[in-house]
Design a protein around this ligand. Structure first.
Ligand code: CA
Ligand code: CA
Ligand code: CA
Length: 330
């Protein structure tokens, strides 16, 4: 009898238990990545925008107008470009990303929390694709378990982020939604060590439209609709890059006359030449893993414990800018 009771209990609650993905930013167990996280090595700065309609069911309204591609460049700052229904942003990465341990990049939107429930927020969602050549893309397998009987409206209706997985926009302003290339480890058609393009496509949330977006299992994605205004659809803030193929921007080192580290190559120590103080220094190995992070470092910096080799050095300045250097230890 006890077993039957347990089974009854599980049957009653299993659908809801299975429906839960990771919670909202700031809550225990969340995978959200804050814009100041040290795991973000660089910010993408080359983005092409293909605007979508303010309302796909009434194209006479025209396409969205809010922001421009430059609002999607650089560090997440709350300035956004609005994609509109089905609109796209395509980032080209001069320094490709690759599959490393855990998430490999993070996408920032400008959603906001429901003051009544921290797991609920206004989420405008987008599908995410990656490519080696800009022609052939693979799409992250998304899941959206929202109720599809009642349309989430586009005037700020909140929904539960725990019902959403592998869709950009899950996390609120200043928090990136992480994506892990490991999802494609079984695919032979994509080189996970050389991702040069990332495409972000606004979810068409209309439950009644023929072109409504669907998740990997064919479920309709219930995303706010309609959003018939110039800032409609997914609002792209930034793309943070975590596992760079070349962790070190050699070009930036060569051409950056204001900032440098020396001697380079060096032995047990290096110093920093810059016009402003460094507030944080991070050292990365060639796999892109952070092996040391130092708050307000003192120079010359003692690196006697490091094995001879090539390292990435990220310097963060007080004005929030950062620079990356290659440092060779002999
Ligand atoms: Ca990964
Ligand atoms: Ca949308
Ligand atoms: Ca921005």
């Amino acid at each position: 009898m006890r077993t039957l009771k347990v089974l009854f209990f599980l049957c009653l609650f299993a659908p809801d238990m299975m429906a839960q993905f990771h919670p909202q930013a700031g809550l225990m167990g969340s995978l959200a990545i804050h814009k100041d996280s040290s795991i973000i090595l660089a910010w993408a700065d080359d983005c092409q925008i293909l605007r979508g309609w303010m309302d796909i069911a009434d194209t006479s309204l025209g396409k969205t107008l809010q922001g421009s591609s430059t609002d999607a460049h650089g560090k997440a700052d709350g300035f956004v470009v609005s994609l509109g229904d089905g609109g796209e942003a395509i980032y080209s990465l001069a320094n490709p990303i690759m599959n490393g341990p855990g998430p490999d990049f993070a996408i920032f939107e400008n959603g906001f929390i429901d003051p009544m429930d921290s797991n609920w927020s206004y989420m405008e969602l987008a599908e995410v694709f990656v490519s080696n050549d800009g022609l052939n893309y693979v799409k992250f397998p998304s899941q959206c378990l929202q109720d599809t009987n009642v349309q989430i409206n586009g005037v700020g209706q909140y929904s539960d982020c725990r019902k959403v997985h592998n869709l950009a926009g899950k996390y609120v302003l200043n928090y990136g939604t992480p994506f892990d290339l490991e999802e494609f480890i079984h695919l032979s058609q994509i080189d996970l060590l050389n991702i040069r393009y990332i495409k972000i496509r606004d979810v068409i949330g209309s439950l009644n439209h023929d072109d409504c977006s669907r998740d990997k299992d064919g479920r309709k994605i219930n995303d706010p609709y309609p959003t018939p205004y110039p800032s409609g659809g997914f609002d792209l803030d930034a793309l943070g890059l975590i596992h760079l193929k070349y962790p070190l921007s050699v070009g930036e080192q060569v051409f950056n006359q204001e900032n440098s580290i020396y001697p380079n190559p060096g032995s047990d120590y290096f110093s920093l030449k810059s016009k402003q103080p460094c507030i944080r220094l991070s050292i990365f190995n060639l796999q892109g893993n952070c092996i040391a992070a130092i708050h307000q470092p003192q120079f010359p910096l003692d690196c006697g414990h490091l094995q001879p080799g090539v390292y990435g050095i990220m310097i963060q300045f007080a004005d929030s800018s950062s620079h990356y250097f290659t440092w060779v230890k002999q």
